[in-house]
Design a protein around this ligand. Structure first.
Ligand SMILES: Cc1cc2nc3c(=O)[nH]c(=O)nc-3n(C[C@H](O)[C@H](O)[C@H](O)COP(=O)(O)OP(=O)(O)OC[C@H]3O[C@@H](n4cnc5c(N)ncnc54)[C@H](O)[C@@H]3O)c2cc1C
Length: 289
């Protein structure tokens, strides 16, 4: 078991790991890729970057620094997190367990631009299968998305729903499949209904009767995980206190996913603060036993 698992290997996640690893906490950082910084050609406004370092260079320096201090870095996509006595972090390949989780996956995925999505939010359109599957017992549901996260959400719905259809909305269907999930690759024109959604209308003029739709495009973000774990969210950002704690004990968040200034300096500050607070939390928890 790890003391802390950090989801995201951008500046927020890595900054936190520098503190936790130096304090001898067993630290695992799981990140899919380089996040926002990987796309940054030149950084001129972060302290100490006089030579116009690229985002990729800055990232790689951070990764090496973290590994030299004993942090374990994994390149994997996290598709689910559960909390019981400890946290269980699920990737496509394995499950990992920790006492604490820091969410640091950067900014959030936007809702797909499909007519009807906003109108029916909370009236059949949901962002969280773990939270809302129960309401769709014996009903026909759809999951919009074509990645691992969409498949994971569809799997959460399978035991309760009458039927589950994965809708890739004109994109390629996922390679990774599970028995029992229907696949539909048609382009969606709109979602419609009266008080609640009842139909998906496709561009080829066909229609699918549906009781609920779960949005799971792209990869899961910190906000998706926070929602699954029951943490407070406001304006699509994770609500934290000055110690980077969410309202769920042992669950922290840092960086772009908490809103405010979307800059490296703020991500590094929040990561560092989360790291120091996690050290205190774990020491206190371990001493209580
Ligand atoms: C084009 C561009 C230029 C920028 N230029 C500047 C600049 O000059 N100066 C400046 O200060 N800021 C700049 N920024 C902003 C800066 O990059 C961000 O504020 C900063 O990177 C945020 O750090 P973060 O750690 O919160 O998130 P990110 O750096 O976005 O890191 C997120 C991490 O989470 C991982 N992740 C996401 N979802 C999952 C999942 N489901 N499973 C596993 N891992 C996951 C990603 O792979 C990545 O490792 C720029 C941003 C962009 C896009």
């Amino acid at each position: 078991m790890y003391d802390v698992i950090i989801v995201g290997k951008g500046p927020a996640g890595i900054a936190a790991s520098l503190y936790t690893s130096r304090a001898n906490l067993k630290t695992l950082v799981i990140g899919k890729d380089g996040g926002a910084l990987e796309k940054t050609e030149q950084i001129q406004n972060y302290y100490g970057t006089e030579l116009n370092i690229t985002g990729k260079q800055l990232l790689e320096n951070g990764w090496k620094q973290a590994e030299n201090l004993g942090t374990k870095l994994l390149t994997e996509e996290v598709v689910g997190i559960k909390v019981e006595k400890t946290f269980i972090i699920k990737t496509r390949k394995a499950e990992y367990e920790s006492k604490v989780v820091l969410l640091a996956t950067g900014t959030n995925r936007m809702a797909p631009k499909i007519e009807g999505v906003r109108e029916f939010e909370g009236k059949g359109v949901s962002y969280c299968a773990t939270c809302d599957a129960f309401f769709y017992k014996g009903k026909n549901v759809g999951v919009i998305g074509n990645g691992n996260y969409a498949v994971q959400e569809a799997m959460e719905l399978l035991p309760v729903a009458k039927s589950v259809t994965l809708l890739s909305n004109g994109k390629e269907l996922p390679q990774y499949r599970t028995e029992g999930i229907n696949m539909n690759s048609k382009k969606i024109k709109k979602i419609s209904g009266e008080k609640r959604i009842s139909k998906i209308e496709f561009s080829d003029e066909t229609v699918l009767d549906i009781d609920g739709i779960f949005l799971a495009e792209g990869i899961a973000t910190s906000v998706d995980f926070a929602r699954i774990l029951g943490a407070q969210i406001s304006n699509n950002k994770i609500v934290i206190n000055e110690n980077m704690e969410t309202n769920i004990p042992g669950l922290y968040a840092a960086g772009d996913c908490t809103g405010g200034m979307l800059q490296i300096s703020k991500a590094v500050y929040e990561g560092a603060k989360a790291g120091t607070e996690i050290i205190k939390y774990i020491r206190k928890k371990d001493n209580v036993k």
